[in-house]
Design a protein around this ligand. Sequence first.
Ligand code: NAD
Ligand code: DAU
Length: 363
Amino acid sequence: MILVTGGAGFIGSNFVLDWLAAGDEAVVNLDALTYAGNLENLASLRGDARHIFVHGDIGDGELIERLLRQYQPRAIVNFAAESHVDRSIHGPEDFIQTNIVGTFRLLEAVRAYWGGLGAGEKAAFRFLHVSTDEVYGSLAKDDPAFSENHRYEPNSPYSASKAASDHLARAYHHTYGLPVLTTNCSNNYGPYHFPEKLIPLIIHNALAGKPLPIYGDGQQIRDWLYVADHCAAIRRVLAAGQPGETYNIGGWNEKPNLEVVHTLCAMLDELSPRADGRSYREQIVFVTDRPGHDRRYAIDAGKIERELGWKPAETFESGIRKTVRWYLDHPDWVANVTSGAYREWVGKQYDNFVPSPRLRGEG
Ligand code: NAD
Ligand code: DAU
């Protein structure tokens, strides 16, 4: 089996669902259920013995050690993180705790477990650290896209904390030989995306008749990747990546934010027109820019394509259409998230997911 951290969040839950749809290898899913963790994302796995949910923190070394002893995973995929740039600007502390201290504690527990494995299991073991293109900083308009060798130049507390975690993961390979793989991915979008991030926020606000906030001039560029493509890339890196290597993952889809919002408005005008027949574009408002806002990200995903044969299956047009349809088809998910009712899922669903007393250190 594998151990996934942060598997109740946006990408982690997509990964767990896709993993169990693609095969039968079980998943232990460790998640602290912060505001971004939502067990409703995993509701379709209720009663599925291949999915073991454990409510806990990657910073809890004793818990991780117990989990590793009990389940003996062959690999760890580390999604757990504080992930929202704006929140990191308002309050960096949680980012330091989870992204840096948490990753450190996780690496320490994994190092101890891995050190005790037999030679064959040791060689086959993998620690896949999921990271972001934001660690590379901001590109000027005509700069080449980020390669794996681009220097680290993080600009926000979020990206600085992710950069630190990447360095720790790298050092655990270099110093201790832990078989670490690191992936640096561009902006994801798709189902179960928390509506604090641009794409789900715009869809939600448009349908709710609220303003569509564009930071600054809206000409900041992001490189968009459909989340299922990111999950497929991670599966591929886990299966065939070389320990110690870094793989950049991206969609070859650079778009200015304003263009993304115009595309969403046009799609909503078609699929769910406003009652008054006017365009959702009329709801766009330009608001104060994000402090330190990175101007452009772009990923050169050539290495993973050449060496591991992965490339995205979705174009931006096909992925964004699927995404808009998903949000239109799941108004209850959106309503529960925006009202906070999703947190009750912990209560509703917990019986099914509660870890054994032994894991909680009570038995
Ligand atoms: P998310 O915020 O939606 O989910 C994060 C999950 O981690 C949540 O379920 C949360 O409860 C959990 N978590 C937070 N702190 C924890 C802790 N201390 N212990 C255990 N669990 C904890 O994030 P996401 O967008 O799904 O991103 C997942 C990973 O991918 C992150 O590491 C992020 O940096 C990286 N990433 C995200 C994107 C993107 O576009 N969203 C792109 C590239 C990389
Ligand atoms: O590049 C990968 C990163 O993408 C991940 O590492 C992060 O975890 C993820 O949150 C995302 O970061 P961004 O800051 O790029 O995503 P966000 O959706 O917050 O913003 C996308 C762009 O849209 C960014 O340029 C800011 C802008 N924006 C965002 C919001 C929420 C707006 O103009 N208005 C908004 O209301």
